[in-house]
Ligand binder design. Structure first.
Ligand code: SAM
Length: 276
């Protein structure tokens, strides 16, 4: 067993342990998406044949995992990563009958209202979903009773005033953990508040991952050993923090009503016949 295997095969994530660690570090775009998805889906109701939207799927590892583990049909939607590269990964993993990759902008989704049984989003929702109105918009693509679940990096306590020095100053390798996008990280309380106000989703749970920082740190170490990231590792800052500030948040809710009109929808003008 090499160092990477030792870091990435862990009892907390038994399903993930069946996947090749080098596949995970090669296709990673942040903290281990497969672990986060395993954690998320442990509390979601996915059954064979369901239609699932993987929103912000990155390199589609999570879409492949969903198809393999739950035998669901996945639309693997991402903005930065195009469908051609993702299709290759899908075919390589033998799930081409269940995963459809496409490029999509989360704020202008090209699907029919009520189409999906579930939406999942791993380490992506904070890039486009911190707007108070976004959840209500995303919910319109779920059928009544459909679930949305997200797992995102987040705050274990609010950052008030100054960011802790060890997060905002360079580590020994020169990398600064707290980049501008970290201001989109929120506490579980703040996510709960935002979701409860959406009006279209009944919130089932918002919670944090036990030892999230430790899993993140160890994944950073594995990626560093593998040399598969364009960025230096964040392990040192995460280790100094010991989970006081940084961890992972999971939020799951259910679509409550059939009513689908949403004023946040970019096509609302067309729908109402008022577009000039
Ligand atoms: C940190 S990466 C995570 C990717 C993948 N889920 C994973 O965990 O490996 C964030 C992803 O969010 C996607 N994203 C950011 N803004 C988006 C938007 N407005 N619409 C769709 N996807 C978006 C990016 O394309 C990127 O792949």
């Amino acid at each position: 067993v090499n160092d990477i295997d030792q870091l990435l095969k862990r009892p907390e994530f038994p399903r993930s342990s069946a996947y090749d660690p080098s596949w995970m570090v090669t296709n990673q775009m942040g903290p281990n998406a497969v672990w986060l998805l395993e954690w998320l889906t442990a509390e979601m109701n996915l059954s064979p044949g369901m239609r699932v939207l993987d929103l912000g799927c990155g390199k589609a590892m999570t879409s492949i995992f969903l198809a393999k583990e739950f035998d669901v049909h996945v639309h693997a939607a991402d903005l930065w990563i195009g469908p051609d590269a993702n299709w290759k990964r899908v075919v390589e993993m033998g799930v081409e009958d269940r995963v459809c990759p496409l490029r999509a902008q989360a704020h202008a989704l090209p699907f029919a209202h009520g189409y999906f049984d579930a939406i999942v989003s791993i380490d992506a929702y904070h890039y486009f979903g911190t707007d108070q109105l976004y959840l209500g918009y995303a919910a319109t693509f779920l059928k009544e009773g459909g679930q949305i679940g997200i797992a995102v990096p987040g705050l274990m306590q609010p950052v008030e005033g100054e960011v802790p020095e060890y997060l905002s100053s360079p580590q020994e390798n020169g990398k600064v953990f707290w980049e501008r996008e970290c201001w989109s990280f929120d506490t579980a309380e703040r996510w709960r508040e935002r979701w409860e106000r959406s009006g279209k989703i009944a919130v089932e749970r918002v919670d944090t991952l036990d030892d999230g920082w430790r899993h993140w740190r160890d994944f950073e170490k594995a990626v560093e050993i593998a040399g598969t990231s364009p960025f230096p590792s964040d392990a040192e800052a995460l280790d100094k923090d010991q989970g006081r500030t940084i961890g992972f948040i999971r939020a799951i809710g259910t679509r409550t009503s059939e009513e689908s009109m949403d004023l946040y929808d970019p096509t609302i003008g067309v729908r109402l016949g008022v577009e000039e």
